[in-house]
Design a protein around this ligand. Structure first.
Ligand SMILES: *Cc1c(COP(=O)(O)O)cnc(C)c1O
Length: 234
């Protein structure tokens, strides 16, 4: 099993950290993610054979790296498979190791903000925070709310614009995959194919969540969402 774990670094499921749940767990180190090396990413696995194949694959399909070659005192190297250059630089790794040490505190900060948001939004009946299953420690890459549209006199776009006007950096994640132009052209997907995802898409907003968000900024978000949700309740 291969997991796209880019949103869940630092999270856990039944006490098992994300990165140990699948055969291969893929993480991104792009600047918007929990930790960054500017660009790049990493894959965790406990499968030695897969880890070896990935090391070769990221190195032009070459079987030995230069450390091994100099240890062997040898000029010999062999391209054993088709591979590419997917190497992360040492500079990036130095940054990444440093960032990794900050991850636990950053996750706690995200969870703290999410708890504050949850407490208030659970009391509003026009806005619904996402539910959380038991035995999950959520990494909160995003904090998503669902608007109860039948109980509001505005749609998601107006709600979004009101928040933007009040200085809240709100966003929408994401347009359903099958509605992207590429998939429509290539695979003929279209609206109606995934009605649940399409309905959810019309209701969702992502609120600001990041370790540097101050308490007063979080309160500003809470006040803005609460006032719009109350003013536009039917
Ligand atoms: C960021 C992200 C990616 C892409 O990561 P790159 O580093 O740009 O390749 C893929 N999947 C998810 C869920 C992501 O959040």
């Amino acid at each position: 099993m291969v997991a796209d774990a880019c949103h869940s670094l630092g999270g856990s499921y039944h006490g098992r950290p994300v990165g140990t749940l699948a055969d291969l767990s893929v993480f991104s180190l792009h600047p918007v993610k929990h930790i960054t090396t500017g660009e790049g990413g990493f894959i965790s696995t406990d499968n030695l054979e897969l880890s070896h194949r990935m090391r070769v694959f990221r190195n032009h399909g070459i079987t030995t790296d230069h450390h091994q070659r100099s240890e062997d005192g040898s000029w010999f190297y062999e391209m054993a498979d088709l591979g590419y250059n997917y190497r992360l630089t040492d500079f990036q790794c130095a940054l990444g190791i440093c960032q990794l040490q900050k991850l636990p505190a950053w996750i706690e900060k995200r969870q703290l903000i999410a708890r504050r948001y949850n407490e208030v939004f659970h009391k509003l009946n026009t806005v619904m925070p996402l539910g959380l299953q038991h035995n999950i420690s959520h990494a909160y890459h995003l904090y998503v709310i669902r608007l109860q549209l039948p109980m509001l006199d505005i749609d998601r776009k107006s709600f979004y614009l009101h928040l933007r006007q009040q200085g809240v950096g709100v966003n929408v994640h994401y347009i359903p995959v099958h509605l992207h132009r590429f998939y429509r052209k290539r695979f003929g997907t279209k609206p109606g194919l995934c009605p649940v995802a399409e309905a959810a898409y019309l209701e969702i907003l992502s609120l600001p969540i990041f370790p540097g968000l101050t308490e007063s900024e979080a309160n500003q978000v809470i006040d803005a969402v609460s006032s719009i949700a109350t003013d536009h309740a039917i």
